[in-house]
Structure formats: C-alpha cells, structure tokens
Write a protein that binds this ligand. Structure first.
Ligand code: FES
Length: 376
C-alpha cells in the first residue's frame, strides 16, 4: 500500500508498526517496485497472487460430486414444521438442509435481516493493459483517494497489467461513467505512453455502514441461517474469514473474533452519517425522483442511447437499439421500487438504492433484485 502524499507517510509508517505488533511481517519502505516514484509504502513479504477462477474450481473439486448446482437461481428460503430450511429455486427445485448460508453477494432475502438499511453497493472499474514493457511483480494499492490498484494477469500467454479505480456508488447519476474509464486510461498512458487497453469492465461490491463485513447469524429470528456479505472489495480475503467463522458457529465452537463481524450488530446503524445517506438515497429514488417529470422525451433519444423518458404521458425507461427498435421497461427496481438510472457505457439499468442492475431488456443481472423489470 503506497502513497505519494506527504501527509500520509506518517500514518503509513505507524500502520506498519501496528501490523508488526499484530504479528504480520509488514515493513515500511519508500522503495517500491512500481514504474513511478512513491514516498512511502507498507510492504508484505511472501504474498500469493490468486487466480480467482482457478481457485474456485479447485474448491469445487474438494466437494463430493453432485453438490454444486449451477444455473439454479435461488429465490427464497423457507422454514418447515420440522425446523428444516427449504431453499427454493426459480425452477421449483428445493434443497432441504438444517443450515443455510446466504452468500449471494448482496443478501437476496429482505426480511427479517433488513440489510437494505445497512448496506450499499460501490462500483469500480478495471482495465487490462498491454504496456509493451516488462512488467513488475506484486500487487499494489494506493493509500489515498482516489484509490488505484495494480496487479498482473496472463492472458493467452501475454502478461497484462490490471489497473483498477475510479470507484463510486452504484447508480450515482452525477457520475460520468465514460470518464471513469477515461481517467484510468489517461493515467496509465501517462506512465506507459505506448500502452494499449485491451479489456475494460466494471464490478460491484457491497459496503457496510461501518466498513466491516457482516458475517454470522442472518438475524436473531433465524438461528440456523447465516450471512456473509459486505466485503468492500476484499472478497478474496474476507471470504476466508467468513468460511472459518460460519463453519465454527455451525459446529458450536465459535471463533474468538466472531463478535467483530457479528451481522446483527447495531453499531453500523448508529453511524448517523452513512445511515442518513442510505435513507436520503432511498427517499430520493423512491419518492422524489419517482414523481419528477423526466427531462427527456422519447424522441430525444439517438440510436445507442437510453434513459428515463416521457412517453404518452408516462415515465418509461427506454433504449433506442436501432432506428426501428426502442426497448421500453418500467424504470423501477424490482427489489424495493427505487427509480433506476441509465448506465450509458454498459447499457444497463442501475439502482442507486442497493445496486441491483438489469440489462437493457430488463433482465436482472445483479442482486439483490431477483426479478426482471416489467417490459412495456
Ligand atoms: S436494489 Fe433495492 S430498490 Fe433497487
């Protein structure tokens, strides 16, 4: 974790000391293996860089055959008379079990957990770059905002640099998404003038109000249902904590640190500023924006453009796919009804409240919504 900001250096130095006291082999350095100058960094030796997909496939291979069901969307969890939980899937399949772990990124069950009141989603962007130069090893992240991260990946035998950053809250209409990618691209070209951007994509991450994941019992009313969420972009590490914590809860031998992550803790709600932001966003999207007239009319849309427009006196979400085809949806989220905003780069409908996303035809692509939008 590096900085170029003189006011951060002391904090970084202190953090390295604290990490050492905790038994982690962290060290302070100003000599970082990056292609630009840094004035201070915390380093960790002997880290492993994990290929996320290969890692997942390895995990699946440790399970008995036939225990992983793909393409089987879960839509509900119910309890039966024998105190067994039934996990209900879209295709009417049911899995019965004594315990359930909701690890659906954003929890897809609203009640009784009320996670929609204590969590939001953040979007961040990545580009994969052929720098045309020899690349460094290691993984790096800036200490200050805006956060930028670097790591490498090998694609078809070629080593590429992955650059991440430009994060913002999902569905934030004040953000120019195109500029989010452009900022990353311009930044990397200022370091590697011949760099070629080969891929770009975005991701969403759940953020809790106190920035600590929710791991443990889903709610006090559902003793054998657990949740693991709110990793704030640290999923590869936090998921290890979640697996260990929940496993230990189930076998009745709780981890000593389980309390830190307890999902039913009230502390996040006491964070008045963040809680207020969630309420304000919901009020805006549920009530104020909902009754505001759209600025655009359907005739304003050019081919490839979309937005919330007025059409025959109604408010609709429209995407002009070609001169002859306009695809229209009701622009209200199927999770809790917030008004959606149009993402002009990825051609999706994004929800500012809790981050559900839908493609331009209205098909849900990101939870917590489980349903597609109504088509007009
Ligand atoms: S994601 Fe909750 S209302 Fe849209």
């Amino acid at each position: 974790m590096y900085t170029n900001n003189p006011s951060e250096v002391d904090k970084i130095r202190k953090e390295a000391e604290v990490l050492n006291k905790l038994g982690l082999s962290a060290f302070f350095t100003d000599d970082v293996n990056l292609p630009f100058k840094t004035i201070g960094a915390i380093g960790f030796k002997n880290q492993a860089q994990i290929h996320a997909r290969k890692y997942c496939l390895g995990l699946v291979n440790t399970l008995p055959e036939g225990t992983v069901y793909e393409n089987t969307k879960v839509i509900n969890i119910e309890k039966d008379e024998q105190n067994t939980y039934k996990t209900i899937c879209e295709n009417n399949a049911v899995v019965k079990s004594k315990y359930v772990v909701i690890a659906t990124h954003y929890p897809i069950i609203n009640f009784p957990g009320l996670y929609f009141l204590k969590m939001y989603q953040d979007k961040s962007y990545l580009i994969a770059v052929d720098t045309k130069q020899k690349l460094f090893d290691g993984m790096y992240i800036s200490a200050e905002e805006p956060v930028t991260s670097f790591r490498t990946a090998t694609v078809d035998g070629k080593r590429l640099l992955l650059v991440g950053g430009s994060g913002h809250k999902t569905g934030d209409t004040s953000v120019n998404i195109n500029a989010s990618y452009e900022n990353l691209e311009n930044y990397i070209k200022s370091i590697y003038p011949k760099a070629e951007v080969l891929y770009r994509w975005s991701t969403e991450d759940c953020v809790t109000l106190d920035k600590i994941p929710y791991i443990g019992q889903f709610s006090s009313l559902t003793p054998n249902v657990f949740v693991a969420t709110g990793y704030k972009k640290w999923g590869m590490t936090s998921s290890f904590v979640a697996a260990n914590t929940i496993f230990r809860e189930i076998i009745g031998n709780p981890d000593k640190d389980a309390e830190i992550y307890r999902a039913t803790r009230m502390a996040p709600i006491k964070n008045a500023k963040e809680f207020g932001n969630i309420l304000k966003e919901s009020a805006n999207s549920l009530v104020i924006n909902r009754f505001k007239n759209p600025i655009l009319s359907i005739d304003d849309l050019k081919v490839g453009e979309g937005g919330v427009v007025s059409y025959k006196g109604d408010k609709v979400g429209a995407y002009k796919k070609s001169e002859d085809e306009i695809i229209m949806v009701k622009p209200f989220c199927k999770h809790l009804g917030c008004q959606l905003s149009w993402n002009s780069i990825e051609k999706t409908w994004d929800c500012p409240c809790h981050g559900s996303r839908y493609d331009y035809e209205g098909k849900v692509i990101t939870e917590p919504s489980k349903k597609d939008l109504d088509r007009i």
